[in-house]
Ligand binder design. Sequence first.
Ligand code: ADP
Ligand code: MG
Length: 250
Amino acid sequence: MAVDPKVSVEGVGKSYETADGAVEALRDVSFDVASGEFVCVVGPSGSGKTTLFRLIGGLESPTTGSVRLDGDPVTAPSTDVGIVFQEYHLFPWRTVSGNVRFGLEQQDIDSEARERRTQELIDLVGLDGFEDAYPSRISGGMKQRVGIARALAVDPDLLLMDEPFGAVDARTRDMLHEEVLDIWRETGKTVLFVTHDVEEAVKLADRVVVLGTEPGTVREIVDVDLPRPRSVTDESFVAHKEEVRALIGD
Ligand code: ADP
Ligand code: MG
């Protein structure tokens, strides 16, 4: 018997009204994400990746079609989805633990449990020792670790990320990839990860949803049936990367 998908994107279109007329960001986009799956959405700049991220996160509504989470239409942000933004969006006036604690403050749990959970998350993303640091004093990679810990604080089923490592150096990015994969394995969460970086997508994903541009449409969905950890120099890795590159057409 087929299991219901965690995320279901069905015939989704999104147009923005602008002073120069309508901009069609997405047209007829459909795909499913199974529970526990790691799916990357890859496409060039302007292919509607951030738009899709915002629709799945409940930050905007589609013009046509529907987005469902566990079968229910997504109409607003929910604690079932942990969101990690491209530009961190940390609270500058809060420390590392203050940022991580934020999601927990909206929840009905006692302060002792809240502090325990905050420390667990800080340890999970490797930021122990930096609890009292402010965002302005830590690196981009550390900021994004805070973003991930904050997103995980409310224990969402789905972790939704928009080019989270676009601004960090290659070595840090490699480390963060391993950390995200570890968290995914340890928690069993569903991950939907948006990126323009084909190599990143093939390194991380069980399946890659390839978007084309003007308007954003699904070109193809590519299975990446390679064992982890994946080596980017491995022959079959390179073959998958070339396949996705060719689909994007750059
Ligand atoms: P990506 O994240 O893949 O670069 P976006 O989703 O940001 O793509 O944008 C897709 C298209 O939609 C682009 O043409 C962009 O200019 C347009 N767009 C995105 N957001 C808005 C908005 N709020 N108003 C008008 N146009 C927008
Ligand atoms: Mg974007």
